[in-house]
Design a protein around this ligand. Sequence first.
Ligand code: NAG
Ligand code: NAG
Ligand code: NAG
Ligand code: ZN
Length: 410
Amino acid sequence: MVIIWWFWSLLAICASDSFRDQAVAIMRTTPVIDGHNDLPWQLLNLFNNQLLRPDADLNKLAQTHTNIPKLKAGFVGGQFWSAYMPCDTQNKDAVKRILEQMDVIHRMCQLYPETFMCVTNSSDILQAFRRGKVASLIGVEGGHLIDSSLGVLRTLYHLGMRYLTLTHNCNTPWADNWLVDRGDDEAESHGLSPFGKRLLNEMNRLGVMIDLSHVSVATMKDALQISRAPVIFSHSSAYSLCPHRRNVPDDVLQLVKNTSSLVMVNFFSNFVSCSDSATLPQVADHLDHIKKVAGAGAVGLGGDYDGVTMLPVGLEDVSKYPDLIAELLRRNWTETEVRGLLADNLIRVFSEVELVSNNMQSPEEVPITLKELDGSCRTYYGYSQAHSIHLQTGALVASLASLLFRLHLL
Ligand SMILES: *[C@@H]1O[C@H](CO)[C@@H](O)[C@H](O)[C@H]1NC(C)=O
Ligand SMILES: *[C@@H]1O[C@H](CO)[C@@H](O)[C@H](O)[C@H]1NC(C)=O
Ligand SMILES: *[C@@H]1O[C@H](CO)[C@@H](O)[C@H](O)[C@H]1NC(C)=O
Ligand SMILES: [Zn+2]
C-alpha cells in the first residue's frame, strides 16, 4: 500500500517535471522576449542611475525582481527595457528625463557586455539569441515624454526607441489615456486628435511600434484602424477575466486578431485577478483567453517586473517564466504556439513594422498647433501665431479701451 502510494506520487512528480523539462528544452532555442520591464526605473530610484556603485552590481542586486542570474534562470533572451518617467514631468523636464533613462539602458549594455546586447532590429534579436545574450531594446513609456514634438519622436528613434506607449496615466494633447474610461479623467481627444493620427503615421514611417497599454479604448480603436502595421500592447491582460481598464476588452481583441497585432500579458496581480493576490494558473487563464479570442499569434508576455508591487504566487521574479511555459504545455499548448508566445509573435510583429517603415517617404513636418499645447515652461520660437496672438491680444485691449472711452466709462 505504502509502496503503491509512493509509486504514484513519484509518477506525478515525474510527470510535472517533464513539462518543466520540455519548457526548458524549448526555451534553449526560443527564449522569452518580454515586452516590459522597469529595471531602469529602479536604477534611477535606488542609485540615481549610478551603475558603478558597488550596491548597484546587477549580478548581485537582490531587492529587485530582475538581476543577471535571474534573467539567465528565466531564459530571458530579449527584453524591452522601459524608459519611463511619470506624468508629473509633462510640460516640465520630461524630455531631459527620458534622455537620461535611455542613456542608463545604453550604459547597462556597455557595462555588462557578456550579458546584454543592445539591439534595434529584429534580425539582431535573433543574433543575440545565437550568442546567448539578452537582446536589449528600448520602449518609451508615455506619449508625454516626446512633448508633442515630431522632432523629439524622430530623435528618440535614432537613440534606439523601438516602441512608444502612446500615453501613461495621463492624457497628452493628442491622445486619451485609460483613466478616461474609468471616469477619472476628462476625454479630450476622444481617442487620437488629428495631430495624434499624423504622429502615428510618422511612427509607421520610422518603424517604431505603437504600444497601446495605458490608453483609452477609443485611442486603442483609432490606432488599430489607422496603423499600417500591427501594433502591440506591451503589458496588458484580458478585460473579460479581470475588468480593469488597463486590460484589453474582447471587442478590441477582435481588432487585434484582424490586424495580426499582439497582446503581451501583464503579471501585476491587480490586472490578473482584480485583487492583491493572484496565481500562476490565473496568468495562464489570461493567455488561454487571448489565444481563444484573438488567436495563438496574438499572445505574448509583458511581465511588468520591477514596475509593480504585487505578483502572482509562482511568478515572483524574472526567473519563473519556465514554470509558466510548463503550465501551458500541461494545458496542451503546442510547441509552435509556445514558441509564438515566447518570441516568434513579437519577431513577426516587429518585422512587419520594419517592412512597413519607409525612409524614402518624406518625414511629417507640420507641428502641433500652439493652442493645443499647455504649460508655462515653453518658449514659442518658430510659431508665427505666438507673435500674432500677442498682437491680437494687444489689439483687443486697445479696441475695448476705445469702446469704453466712447461710452465715457474711462
Ligand atoms: C540591424 O542593426 C544593426 C546595428 O545597427 C545593423 O548593423 C544591421 O544592418 C541591421 N540589420 C538590418 C536587417 O537592418
Ligand atoms: C475583420 O476583418 C474581416 C474581413 O477583413 C471583416 O469582415 C470583419 O468585419 C473584421 N472585424 C472587425 C471586428 O473589424
Ligand atoms: C490535454 O490532452 C489530453 C490528451 O488528449 C487530454 O486528456 C486532456 O484532458 C487535455 N487537457 C486539457 C487541459 O485540455
Ligand atoms: Zn505601465
